[in-house]
Design a protein around this ligand. Sequence first.
Ligand SMILES: [Zn+2]
Length: 341
Amino acid sequence: MSKNSFVDFRAVKAAITMEQVLEHYRLLDQFKRSGDSLSGPCPIHKGSNPTQFRVSISKNIWNCFSECKHGGNVLDFITRMENVSVHAAALKAIEWFGLDAEAMSGDSGGEDDPGDTHKNEVSPPKHLPRKESSPPENNAPNKPLKFRLDKLEREHPYLIERGLSLETIIDFGIGYCGKGMMAGRIAIPIHNAEGEVVAYSGRFPGEPSEDTPKYKLPPGFRKSQELFNIDRVCKEPANRPLIIVEGFFDCMKLYQHGWHRVVALMGSTLSIAQEDLIAKHTNGDSQIIVMLDEDEAGIAGREDIACRLSKLCFVKMYQFEKLGAQPEHLSKEELDSLFSS
Ligand SMILES: [Zn+2]
């Protein structure tokens, strides 16, 4: 489709979803799903507040309640992310998602939508931040880091407060970081299945203020490609169940209590890459226990995860009685009686 060709914006908008667009930018795993909406940090003004940017799935629209104070449809989103005209955004969408160019070329019904102010708009929007780089290749693995964070403070009060033993802290290589990219945060190394460190995640030590994210990840890192602790799961005897939890601390606590075949999704959704990793480290005789947080995101996530993994082997979905409960808070005795039964 040529640069000047007519594009039926309505057809393009109808053909793609905000979820697909967020996934294209590798942003979907930063978003929490709750009912009909997805919320996360605003990718346009690059904010950090996890509730400032909201997507209505059924309406296929977005809104930034923070700096942008703006919202729109899928094409408006691409327009702003790419800093291009709506026409150019539509052409990009056609290319990215392999849409039928012919069907998107308009002139089909001749029906005009007076409410659609985008038709034939060609001038690029003004005063928008330039995009630094194009989105990374789909499914490209995260590159191993060439450095290690050293001089991490192991016996930081926050880690003790979370109930981690010094042995676990050293075992996982975590600690409070005094300087650099993760300064002021608990640095948590993330390894790939081969045992190479591919990133550090930085946990704010405490309850952060509204505009400070709980976790900081290096730009360009795709956590959807990794499973926290998978490198050590590979070395554990496969006759014990593989436990799937959401967070680093759930994972470290279960490990500390002797349940070493545990991985963290670093979120409440399972990506295709994570599903492949699990398939690689289980067989038909394996058992998987899905144990997510007892909150809206966890409840929504576990259904999908259990359903997808049940194609691989036997899957048990754990439900807590109390809303708000997390695997991290289970005692060794509780875990032992749960998983041994
Ligand atoms: Zn914004």
